[in-house]
Design a protein around this ligand. Structure first.
Ligand code: B12
Ligand code: SF4
Length: 497
């Protein structure tokens, strides 16, 4: 039998560094002797979402107008905003036709035995169009990705036209067997992770979280268009899930690789850093762990071992500053982190009101967070905070507390990512809203869109004058921080995380 040829299509498509999931899939298949090719829209110049672009002096006016439009009661204003947003949104979103045309050209020439789509939910039109090409050419194809573990999402996707199978879970170690089944035309439903419909009902199910993380080979990024990235950043994952894992709004821990916390051996992680540094000539690393300090053994091994593994490297990560303070983020450890090349840490502040953090089950204590901000900044680390606006129960006073918090820590925080609260399918808060709506009298107009894992809603306080005034003030504090130049050592990571 000739060697199987597999085409992986990367619809994660991030314009700053290769997609880790695709690197894993390619590595596993190559290790099993399959020939692999990757097609990412970025290869034809089409990038994904631009994250956190530099803020201009007039940015505050735009931010305030944008907030007013997004929360306007007028459907006309909201629609106009959506049209403008789509126009400015990810190029990939608008260019399904170009991507499909190039995909058709490639599969017609290459005639792969199987096509694997790895996709964010927002690229469904692209998956459908390319899936139709596969059906036309009689090439078996499946789609998987970070959100297909959720049954409510699978329910909306499982009837994709053509013969496109939908698969959920961390299946990389099963992939060679799965591809065999696909190419032999056998029934795929026996494989864990396959979703299918029988007798009108959704069957199958996402594969359980992968336990044997150390069995997964080092991600293979050979196929990525390195020359199109502004610099060479390599993503590394030391564990899957989050050591805290309880925040009520968090869809990271309900999505595929976030379910339950699992960690790798520290030595394997450092060995991977060493190998990727040599293989790709990369000195910049991003740990895509949900929270890198979930396993303190690994965290401390990184502080001790990064410069040996990749001399001169710089790296960034996300951390959870837990309320108890046993988080590996003491002033001394943060200095060691900076010495080991850490130039940016991002943390979920979410709110400057302890009451709101507690409503979210955030597991943080703002006094502990304050100490972390000062210690990290004094150690020379650029700190980025994510925040949520409009969480159920938040009042105008809470927003003013967030504003005051940011103004107090203006000198210690270098970037703030402020997001309006979104109800994501499958999260604890979504279940709570569904099961006990009377607990949330101020949340109305729920509209379910499980195909994109979102549940639209309206939060009544946003229509009140004091709340709006507080938000306008908070936007000013955020803008003042985001206008600051980044520390030089962190500049290579601007807009990355
Ligand atoms: C790191 C990260 C990023 C990074 C890098 C993204 C990248 N493309 O590489 C940054 C910070 C840039 C980012 C940006 C965004 N992200 Co992001 N991100 C993550 C995060 C936290 C980890 C991703 C990761 O490395 N996972 C580890 C890998 C190994 O897991 P995986 O991707 O699920 O892949 C595994 C399986 O799913 C499976 N698999 C994947 N594909 C396929 C295909 C087949 C055929 C098979 C068999 C298996 C398979 O195999 C892999 C190995 O087990 C996830 C949350 C999470 N829990 O995963 C969100 C997540 C993926 N991001 C999400 C979103 C929404 C975004 C943004 C759109 C946010 C925004 N508005 O700016 C942007 C878009 C960026 C872009 N594409 O241009 C969503 C996606 C939801 C969706 N709609 O599909 C997630 C799930 C977060 C969430 N819970 O909402 N992100
Ligand atoms: S700490 Fe972060 S990743 Fe962990 S559950 Fe909370 S929001 Fe999610």
């Amino acid at each position: 039998m000739s060697q199987q040829h597999v085409l992986i299509v990367d619809l994660n498509n991030f314009a700053r560094y290769p997609s880790l999931s695709v690197g894993y899939l390619a590595a596993v298949l190559r290790q099993a002797g399959r020939s692999v090719e990757v097609f990412a829209p970025l290869m034809i110049g089409i990038g994904g979402v631009v994250r956190e672009p530099p803020v201009s002096w007039y940015g505050l006016i735009a931010e305030r107008l944008n907030y007013r439009a997004a929360t306007s009661r007028s459907p006309w204003v909201r629609r106009l905003r959506e049209t403008l947003r789509d126009r400015r949104g990810p190029a990939l979103g608008r260019q399904a036709e170009e991507v499909t045309a190039e995909f058709r050209r490639r599969v017609t020439v290459q005639r792969p035995d199987a096509v694997l789509f790895s996709s964010y939910l927002m690229y469904r039109p692209h998956v459908e169009a390319m899936g139709a090409v596969c059906a036309e050419l009689n090439i078996p194809a499946i789609v998987g990705g970070p959100y297909f573990a959720a049954p409510e999402v699978a329910e909306e996707w499982v009837d994709l036209p053509g013969q496109l199978g939908v698969v959920g879970g961390e299946l990389e170690l099963e992939l060679p067997a799965l591809v065999d089944t696909m190419t032999n035309g056998r029934d795929m439903s026996k494989h864990p992770g396959m979703w299918y419909r029988r007798d009108g009902a959704l069957r199958g199910g996402s594969a359980p979280p992968l336990r044997r993380l150390d069995d997964v080979p080092t991600p293979d990024f050979d196929d990525f268009p390195w020359d199109t990235y502004p610099n060479r950043i390599v993503p590394v994952l030391t564990g899957r899930g989050c050591g805290w894992g309880r925040c009520s709004f968090c869809s990271d821990v309900t999505s595929t690789a976030g379910r339950t916390y699992r960690s790798r051996e520290a030595q394997g992680v450092l060995e991977e850093v060493r190998r990727q540094h040599e293989r790709y000539g990369a000195d910049l690393f991003v740990f895509t762990d949900l929270k890198l300090n979930s396993d303190l053994r690994v965290w401390r091994a990184i502080l001790d071992g990064m410069q040996d593994a990749a001399p001169g490297c710089r790296w960034i990560a996300a951390v959870h500053v837990n309320a108890r303070g046993d988080h590996g983020l003491s002033a001394e450890e943060l200095r060691r982190a900076a010495d080991s090349g850490c130039v940016r840490l991002t943390t979920g502040l979410e709110s400057g009101s302890q009451r709101v953090c507690d409503l979210m089950d955030k597991g943080t204590d703002l006094a502990v967070t304050e100490a972390f901000l000062a210690d990290a900044s004094n150690a020379g680390i650029s700190v980025r905070c994510t925040m949520i606006l409009g969480y159920p129960g938040e009042t105008a006073d809470d927003v003013l507390n967030s504003d005051a918090f940011l103004r107090r820590h203006h000198d210690h925080i270098e970037r703030v990512s402020l997001n309006r609260f979104q109800v994501m399918s499958g999260t604890p808060v979504e279940h709570h809203l569904r099961d006990a709506p009377h607990d949330f009298p101020q949340v109305t107009e729920l509209t379910v869109h499980h195909e994109i894992a979102q549940v639209g809603h309206r939060y009544k306080p946003v229509d009140t004058r004091p709340y709006r005034a507080a938000v306008m003030k908070l936007l000013g504090a955020v803008h003042a921080i985001n206008r600051k130049p980044l520390r030089e050592r962190a500049q290579d990571f601007e807009g990355v995380m």
